[in-house]
Each structure stands twice: as structure tokens, then as C-alpha cells.
Design a protein around this ligand. Structure first.
Ligand code: NI
Length: 186
């Protein structure tokens, strides 16, 4: 049998370059900052994208934005295929929402706010424009869970967390809860 060199090479690259990144937790400052546009799609960015994908899958989560790994750039990865099989992995660079319609309420969580979920109201459907990882401009028209995931990740790029979209009473509750957590960790 011939050894499969192509596969072997892929495996080597995978092992050498993939790395799990540290996910920043609320109330880390980077989560509150407006992220800067990606200026160049270079090798460093490709590595960051691969590491973010790996980190998202390991968490596990359905989306991860660059500020969540401490990089204040307009970049996010989303993969909801665990819940909706037919939807491919999305890499969104400098994404912009062009149009929204309707309303949907969905129970959301966030890798930066562990052990807390709450219902958030967002647009039911949207049209999005972004660059993919090769720098090609793509347009995504979608609704339901993917629409919610996109809006959640894009919020991260503007320093907005899903708890910022809750009522002031709920927001105060979660603030206190995390302050307590931090104190007991000190
Ligand atoms: Ni999040």
C-alpha cells in the first residue's frame, strides 16, 4: 500500500499550527471595544481564523468573534451545522448588515458569559455583506438561527454583548452575579 503523503502533510500542518486561544470572559475590556476593520488578509490573519475555528469547535460554540480572543478586529466565525446540518462554516471579515426584517426571540448564550442564557429579540431575517477568508466579497441572505448567530457575533465587533440587549433589571442581575464570581476567584 502506498502511504498517503498528501494526507500526512495535511495532518502535520494541522498539528503544528492549530492552537486553542484563550476566550476572554465578561467583564474583560476588549469585549466592550469597537473593533477595527481588517486591513490586510495575510498569513497571520489566516492563522488567526484557523485558531478561532478550532477554539469555537473545542468550546463548543456556534460562533466566535475576534474580540472574544482578545483581537479587536472585525472578524467572526460561525458554524451552526450542529443544529442545522446544511449550513456551512462562515468566515466573516468586515461584515456589514445591509437589510433586516421581522422579529425573532431566541434563547442566547455566549462563550464570554459562561453559564448564563437569556431570551433576546433580534431581526428575523437579514442580508449581510462581508469578505470571506480569501478576500472575496460574499452576500448572505438568511433567517432564523443563522440570522440570530450573525447578529450576535456582529454585536461583538461593536463591543455589544447579548446582556446589553436585555432589560436594565436583568442586566443589573448579571452584573452583580459576575462581580461576585470575580471576587470569589480573587
Ligand atoms: Ni458571544
Amino acid at each position: 500500500m502506498q502511504p498517503d503523503f498528501a494526507n500526512f502533510a495535511n495532518q502535520m500542518i494541522y498539528n503544528n499550527y492549530m492552537a486553542l486561544l484563550d476566550i476572554k470572559k465578561y467583564p474583560a475590556k476588549v469585549l466592550k471595544q469597537k473593533a477595527a476593520p481588517v486591513a490586510e488578509i495575510d498569513e497571520g490573519l489566516q492563522r488567526l481564523i484557523d485558531d478561532m475555528i478550532e477554539t469555537m469547535y473545542a468550546a463548543p460554540g456556534v460562533g466566535l468573534a475576534a474580540p472574544q480572543v482578545g483581537v479587536s478586529k472585525r472578524l467572526a466565525v460561525i458554524d451552526i451545522s450542529a443544529k442545522e446540518e446544511s449550513v456551512p462554516l462562515l468566515v466573516l471579515i468586515n461584515p456589514v448588515i445591509l437589510h433586516t426584517e421581522g422579529e425573532i426571540e431566541f434563547e442566547e448564550g455566549c462563550l464570554s458569559i459562561p453559564d448564563y442564557t437569556a431570551k433576546v429579540t433580534r431581526a428575523e431575517s437579514l442580508v449581510l455583506r462581508a469578505l470571506d477568508r480569501s478576500g472575496r466579497q460574499v452576500e448572505v441572505e438568511t433567517g432564523g438561527l443563522l440570522s440570530v448567530a450573525i447578529q450576535h457575533e456582529l454585536d461583538h465587533l461593536d463591543g455589544i454583548l447579548f446582556i446589553d440587549r436585555l432589560s436594565p433589571v436583568k442586566r443589573e442581575f448579571i452584573r452583580k452575579k459576575f462581580r461576585k464570581k470575580q471576587k470569589s476567584a480573587d
